[in-house]
Write a protein that binds this ligand. Structure first.
Ligand SMILES: Nc1ncnc2c1ncn2[C@@H]1O[C@H](COP(=O)(O)OP(=O)(O)OP(=O)(O)O)[C@@H](O)[C@H]1O
Ligand SMILES: [Mg+2]
Length: 482
């Protein structure tokens, strides 16, 4: 987090010495030039700490101090005074100044006092932004996989963690994009900084710019107080921009500028300042398709996808399902105090066969429900929703006869959805299975697969991107170099 300091010191030599002491990457010092409008400026855009000469305090002080104290992020005020009168000191403190220092003190002593205040401030802001994590701290180990469907993923991720580049994470809903972003942050060089997650899809368009970059007091109707933006809060940490595709075009331009120049300008402010933030963006629709549709700027897309990680859906890494389920059972059994130790064989088979359209999120919810229902030490078929328990009935490999109508088992809860959505979901799932099957059959040769499908190779590439499929994952041993 960036700590803002306003340094309004009358004596220029002292001001210069303090400026040098405060020159640190997590401190932004502002030295107001205009003496006349100084206090208006301090109230309009309050810093965390205001260091001010006694002679620059406004008159009448009591009322003006109240304006500042009414602010939700009311700053700490340090007054440098040449008065040694204890009554004057008591008067200033009573009006809301936090600390009084005698100007004749050595600069190191002034610096020590300011250091302590800054540290307190840092802790205070840290506390107010702390959001408890419902699940155990995400780690990269959560994503370790032997599944061929995860080969590209496993190759890319360790390199990304060590670097400090912008990352774009793509993947269907519930695959763990946010969890992965948190793990990258926790295991990367910024782990001491804050991780700020922002769901761009949930922000009203009118507030988005101010949420991202902050605003000054009076910047727009209703901006009764200044507010810092999430970029500033995430200074020296990571900002996770979830559903980045939902950012409207006119704000995309501003976001691009911030990513290029590493500077933000709060709404209504004339000045911009530097921030050091790693951006991890996520989207559950392939952004390239949004670019082609004209909904997402190509230049911003290229800036974001310095590295793109696609988290494959659970159905292409079925090998990982048992381990994920066991971990979740262990975690939830401990959290709920239930003595469940695993899943019975039939239940595990059903869980592995189910296609998990909602991915890990859906799976974790099913396990949570099963643990609640479970009266035994093992989860059984009875503890699973009917649609999943039924998937145990289909024996492996016993597909429909060639060219007969495919056998589709409609999950019960889908009957509550409109036909339009069910049809779209099934067509998409059918298409995905078809493309995946073709790639498997052709050992990942896209040209050959496209010919069989009777479509253009470019269209097939687009579909592969849409479903998070990579030709490398289908190359058989020996077929790799061909
Ligand atoms: N590998 C994993 N191990 C354990 N839990 C996981 C794993 N991946 C995801 N989860 C859990 O699944 C849930 C969904 O994950 P997350 O919110 O990261 O998904 P998402 O891809 O961001 O989904 P959406 O696109 O809907 O926002 C979370 O509760 C997360 O902790
Ligand atoms: Mg998410």
């Amino acid at each position: 987090m960036l700590i803002r300091v306003t340094l309004a010191i009358h004596d220029s030599a002292l001001r210069q010495r303090l400026l040098r002491r405060l020159a640190r990457p997590d401190i932004l010092v502002e030295v107001p030039r205009e003496r006349k409008s100084l206090w208006e400026r301090i109230v309009r855009e309050p810093a965390d700490v205001v260091i001010i000469s006694r002679s620059l305090l406004p008159n009448p002080l009591a009322d003006k101090m109240k304006q500042l104290q009414n602010h939700p992020d009311s700053p700490s005020v340090v007054v440098l005074s040449d008065s040694t009168d204890p009554k004057e000191h008591a008067r200033l403190i009573a009006m809301g100044c936090d600390t009084l220092l005698f100007v004749g003190l050595a600069v190191d002593q002034v610096r020590d006092v300011i250091e302590t205040l800054l540290e307190k401030r840092r802790r205070m802001t840290q506390k107010s932004f702390f959001v408890p994590q419902p699940l155990a701290e995400p780690r990269l180990a959560d994503f370790v996989s032997e599944s061929p469907g995860m080969a590209t993923f496993m190759n890319t991720v360790p390199r990304v963690v060590r670097s400090d580049t912008t990352v774009l994470i793509e993947g269907e809903t519930g695959v763990g994009k946010e969890r992965l972003a948190r793990a990258i942050h926790a295991e990367g060089p910024r782990s001491q900084g804050r991780f700020v997650a922002l769901n761009c899809g949930a922000l009203p368009e009118s507030l988005m710019e101010s949420e991202l970059f902050g605003h000054v007091r009076g910047a727009f109707t209703g901006a009764t107080a200044a507010r810092r933006g999430w970029f500033e809060v995430a200074h020296r940490g990571t900002l996770f921009l979830d559903e980045v595709g939902e950012i409207p075009i006119h704000i995309q331009v501003k976001l691009l500028r911030v990513l290029q120049e590493h500077e933000i300008q709060p709404v209504g402010s004339e000045k911009s300042f530097g921030v050091d933030v790693r951006v991890i963006a996520a989207s559950n629709r392939p952004l390239e398709i949004e670019v082609k549709a004209g909904r997402f700027r190509r230049d911003l897309f290229h800036r974001l996808n310095v590295v793109t990680i696609t988290v494959p859906p659970l159905r292409v890494r079925a090998e990982d399902i048992p381990a994920l389920i066991e971990k979740q059972i262990q975690y939830l059994a401990q959290a709920t105090g239930k003595r469940v130790t695993g899943a019975a064989e039939a239940a595990m088979q059903a869980l592995c066969r189910y296609p998990w359209p909602g991915n890990v999120r859906e799976m974790n919810n099913v396990i949570e429900r099963a643990i609640l229902l479970c009266d035994d030490t093992e989860i059984t078929l009875d503890d699973l929703p009917e649609s999943i328990a039924n998937s145990a009935a289909a024996s492996p490999g016993a597909g429909p006869a060639p060219d007969s109508a495919p056998c589709i088992r409609l999950p019960e809860q889908w009957l509550a959805k409109p036909l339009r959505r069910v049809r779209a979901a099934f067509l998409s799932e059918m298409e995905r299975q078809y493309v995946e099957g073709l790639l498997r059959a052709t050992g990942g040769r896209v040209g050959r697969a496209a010919t069989r499908a009777g479509i253009h190779a470019r269209s097939l590439y687009e579909k592969m991107k849409q479903f998070g499929l990579h030709k490398e994952d289908f190359r058989r041993a020996g077929a790799r170099e061909t």
